[in-house]
Write a protein that binds this ligand. Structure first.
Ligand SMILES: [Zn+2]
Length: 455
């Protein structure tokens, strides 16, 4: 007797790029049969001819800050689940929003809408080690402290180390390498970095990341390439990455499917010279809060907002969409959301990335190939995260499954309303149990925190 059977599905065979019409049998959280499954099951889901996909895997997002949510609610794990994600890598861009131990304990006690695994963030450790000045290089003592904290986090089960090079000018390449002293040469780990500088500086930034990976002898993941190089530099950036990979480096990339980023209008990102760098003007910046909600800037409004409302979120429509599409289609690039929220505000990518790729770029715009897109959001990140039983619908694999309606799937989150649930995600199954049914969340506690190697 099976625990669950999914019938009448268009099962996506990611490896062989084909659809298998049929059923899936699930027992004890594991897929035990696919195709024509005759065994009885305690529970049956009729997929009604919809696509049955491995649960989406988000290799780059940012967990909630439980000091803001008072540990009462989730700020992003819910929106991940709503868009069909079943497993995420958190702690990216050098930033843990609380210690990994705290996150682990919380999820162990309360459950989580999706499965989490975590990097240990360099920028976070700098604070722990006592270097709170982002412009200052860390002292020898602080670096030694970080070396042992990195080791401790890895021993606890972190998947690797993440860097936020742009956020912290005090980090030089040497420091980035030195903090990994205790873990160098381990190919069971992963380094990930938010590059140092974008646009015309992106090539130098990519070279630096490759150097860090090479010196540490650890596989390397370049984070959100789309916001780094979609300013007229994507062809060169991808070419450089190809060359580095061809020379033997274990280097891969992720990108999100939006041509705009969002940050505080007072941020250094908007300092003098930014428009020259992006080759854009004031009217590419939209303000998101009253009294300027929805207004695009001219010079006067831009300066007024920066001066009087520096903490207002602004949306910068400064990346070139054709370059985003170019990145998403490149064989070394997988799809990840880079989602992050603060008190439910932020960029819609945290609630729309995966449905947007399928509904907008595959179906409507025909800019991506269906199986390729699914591969980049399932099996490709699963392999990168060394998840041995995820990313495929196959006997013996974990029953993490997303059922979507291809005709209906589309992102609904916007820059004004960034957490709106997408259309077309009908069912999400985690470990053989139903988290989303008929487009509604029925259980948001099925996720777990995986220590490295546990999944
Ligand atoms: Zn980042």
């Amino acid at each position: 007797m099976l625990d669950l059977k999914i019938v009448n599905g268009k099962i996506i065979d990611v490896e062989n790029k084909k659809i298998i019409e049929g059923d899936i049998g699930i027992k004890d959280g594991v897929i035990t049969a696919t195709g024509n499954v005759s065994s009885e099951a305690a529970f049956i889901i009729d997929a009604k001819g919809n696509h049955v996909s491995p649960g989406f895997i988000d290799i780059h997002m940012h967990e909630e800050d439980f000091s803001l949510t008072q540990k009462m609610e989730y700020d992003i794990a819910d929106t991940m689940l709503n868009m069909g994600v079943t497993t995420c890598a958190v702690g990216n861009c050098g930033n843990n929003r609380q210690s990994i131990e705290e996150l682990y304990e919380f999820i162990n006690e309360k459950g989580n809408p999706v499965n989490y695994m975590s990097y240990i963030g360099h920028n976070y450790l700098r604070n722990v080690a006592g270097n709170t000045d982002i412009y200052m290089k860390s002292s020898k003592n602080q670096i030694e402290k970080m070396q042992s904290l990195v080791k401790k986090a890895i021993d606890f089960g972190a998947i690797g180390v993440s860097y936020g090079l742009e956020y912290c000018p005090g980090i030089d390449t040497e420091e980035a390498i030195e903090i990994t002293k205790e873990i160098q040469g381990r190919d069971d780990l992963l380094l990930a970095a938010h590059y140092r500088k974008d646009a015309i500086y992106a090539l130098d930034a990519i070279e630096e990341m490759a150097l860090i990976g090479r010196e540490c002898r650890i596989p390397f993941q370049i984070s959100h390439l789309s916001s780094c190089s979609a300013y007229g530099n994507m062809t060169e950036a991808l070419k450089l990455i190809e060359n580095i990979v061809n020379s033997g480096a274990d280097l891969l990339v992720d990108a999100y499917p939006y041509a705009a980023f969002s940050t505080f209008i007072g941020s250094a990102v908007f300092d003098e010279g930014c428009f020259e760098l992006w080759n854009k003007s004031y009217d590419s910046i939209m303000l998101t809060e009253d009294p300027f909600k929805g207004m695009f800037c001219d010079r006067e409004l831009f300066e007024k907002a920066r001066k009087e409302y520096p903490n207002m979120l602004a949306v910068a429509y400064v990346m070139n969409e054709n370059e985003i599409i170019q990145a998403l289609n490149h064989p070394l690039v997988m799809i990840a959301s880079d989602g992050i929220y603060r008190n439910h505000s932020g960029h819609p990518r945290g609630a729309g990335t995966f449905p947007r790729v399928i509904g907008h770029y595959v179906r409507d715009e025909k800019k991506m190939e269906f199986f390729d897109a699914i591969y980049k959001m399932t099996y490709m990140p699963a392999k990168r995260l060394k998840l041995k039983r995820k990313g495929l619908i196959k006997e013996g694999y974990d029953a993490d499954i997303t059922i979507f309606n291809y005709d209906a799937i589309i992102d609904k989150a916007t820059f004004q309303d960034p957490q709106v649930r997408p259309d077309g995600i009908d069912y999400v199954i985690l470990g053989g149990k139903t988290a989303v049914a008929e487009g509604k969340t029925i259980n948001n506690t099925l996720g777990t925190f995986y220590r490295r190697g546990e999944a």
